[in-house]
Design a binder for this molecule. Sequence first.
Ligand code: 26V
Length: 822
Amino acid sequence: SVQIEDDRTGLSIETLKRAFLDNLFYIQGKFPALASKNDYYMALAYTVRDRLLRRWLNTAETYTNTQARTVCYLSAEFLMGPHLGNNLINLGIYDQINQAMTELGLDLNELLQQEEEPGLGNGGLGRLAACYLDSLATLEIPALGYGIRYEFGIFDQEIRDGWQVEITDKWLRYGNPWEIARPDWAVEVKYGGHTESFIDEHGNYRVRWVPFKVVKGLPYDTPILGYKVNTANTLRLWSAEATESFDFGAFNSGDYFGAVHQKSNSENISKVLYPNDEQYQGKVLRLEQQMFFVSCSLQDMIRILQMQNMSLEKFPEKFSVQLNDTHPAIAVAELMRLLMDEHGMQWDNAWNITTRTFGYTNHTLLPEALERWPLKLFSELLPRHIEIIYEINRRFLDDVRIKFPDDPGRLSRLSLIDESGEKYVRMANLACVGSSAINGVAALHSELVKQTVLKDFYDMYPEKFTNVTNGVTPRRFVVLSNPRMTSLITSKIGDNWIKHLDELRRIEQFADDPGFRYEFRQIKQAIKQDLANHIKSETDVEVDPSSLFDIQVKRIHEYKRQHLNALHIIHLYNRIKANPSAEITPRTFLFGGKAAPGYYMAKLIIKFINSIGEVVNRDPDVAGRLKVVFLKDYNVKFAQRVYPAADLSEQISTAGKEASGTGNMKFSMNGALTIGTLDGANVEIREEVGAENFFLFGLTTEEVAAKKAAGYRPIDYYESNNDLRQVIDRIASGFFSHGDTGLFRPLVDNLLHKDEYLLLADYQSYIDCQEQVSQAYRNWDHWTRMSILNTARMGKFSSDRSIRDYCQNIWKVQPVPIELKD
Ligand code: 26V
């Protein structure tokens, strides 16, 4: 019989080519002769999307029919990165598509580069959410990601004269082939106005909220396909629009401009992602955003429940809702409001449902990142929610009094309202009271959470606290980003490791095999060469691919100490200047990362690094032994290029400050060795890879605390350490700023007189440790062995393991496999 493959689902090379050309014609409206690279990208994206849709619809149908228990991951950020490559990997059609494109005279890599990535997150927290969606789908767990469809994601970074310049990220400019709007499921969100109480027909006390404005939330769905399974979960992002009813009011009265103004006002809510991570600002629009996506999402869950003919009582059995930091914590009050005011439930019942529903993940200990809203601002925007919060607080503080009588200090610390000065609503406190599980993101961090920021909640509810160490997806950060290493590993142990990362241990047996070592090293070399070419084309700086690639990529923040790395560069430079024939292991220092636009010191650090590069890169005494490059616009796409090319991963935060870190995991999986402090997940990475395969330096969390308590004086280190003094003096002299002694003075003064993050206290330990790194790198063979062992022992840090932990200990949810039928 004749087999005819469907153009929308067939996987033979011929069908793929035909489908691709068909999409080029019917969707992009182009003949190949006139098509741009972007047209080709779009045609390919639609060709791949067609092949996902059956799985996506079957998944939704199965969840509906089985009333499956579902995880809802509420996050203000999802830093997804490009979809095309990942979908090719997870569908298992990368090679076929590659061949089809080649046969059409196109280069798949070029098309992959064409995708404008959805940068709907700042950094670690948003990227973690994206890794978790990948693992949830791969483990066949029913899950929905809920967030905001920002029209402008994280800004694009340019570097001009060494300074960061921010450019708006118009990621939707050419359309987004991965999303489908679902206008039928739009909902409304209320803001402002006042509340009125009344007695309903059953004689119950009820509250009616008369809002000042109403905004429509429109859902856009993106399929999240698991790796080589049929599960395709949904990422549902809400976009804000004007409600028609409001427009009509103004329109009918002839106020056309008023109506349009109102419309653009509503649309502001999902306009832009706030780019300042770890730095809280009490901006009304930000609270509007949080309320917006939380209310849309909870209303959507209620709709799903009712569509499946389930009672509201079943809410906590149907859904487990995870709060990704406190950004969605208003959900506690909003679910109470929906259950009581919109669905007539009584307080005790509603509270029982609410607290069984939520879990809260803490992602930072930095006091400046803790969200607290000025009470006045909060009450004006959310008059009903503040009433509910007062009532939650009244009942909660009664419980506290019973457990801890006569302890007013404790009551004021635990209160949902900060009344120590100007009044604030404390979002972490609301999240803790309203959740049945509270977790940190690495073993050390979870301990510190219990001992510091949430200590009083730990005393009150010790049983709620757990740890879930972060993880990253090996599909994107190994298979997609490092195809050469992937084939080498697979040629030795098969491809089971991609879903069961613990199996990477099986390559340990090859760590002493000279042939394997040779191939492993050759691959690293080839990738470094690729990155060197990329750097040459982007910056015109020539870097030596045989030099040690020493890389620090992450958001720029003082606690992450990019400037400690910079001090080490100056130290090496000074050594060369003092003795031009000094034996220095050639190194290439690569930096990447964005600074929050309002964070002056972080921006100065970028200028500082670029200024050092300017001097070092062209000094003939250095003779190419040191190169310093700041690569602009670090994002997911670029991250995928960088991790595989690293020899050394810089994870040098002040102990106790980095909650987990996830870049540390991505580097190590790709065979980079880490130089790091005992901070965040570094502690666990070192345990796994072995202390002998990790470069440890610096004070411990306890030592940091003790030093601060004893009255830390950074100037003492400056005065007693000649080498350090020469480094600092060289900066202060204007050597890196064309003689301008003022430019970096804020940096120098801060280090000498404040140094909140103890760079000077850790300086010598860091320099000594870097010297060990340089020595170790001279023994290629041993270095490669350590590198192989790093990759082999990273199984624990697959986000699949993290998600299994969440499923077992917090969400109590099981896999629901999906059958592929039409
Ligand atoms: C705070 C704010 C404040 C208001 C403006 C927008 C915004 C966005 C993000 C944040 C908090 C960011 C916290 C964060 O990203 N923490 C990181 O979480 C990672 C995943 O758990 C973890 O690996 C990093 O160590 C931690 O810094």
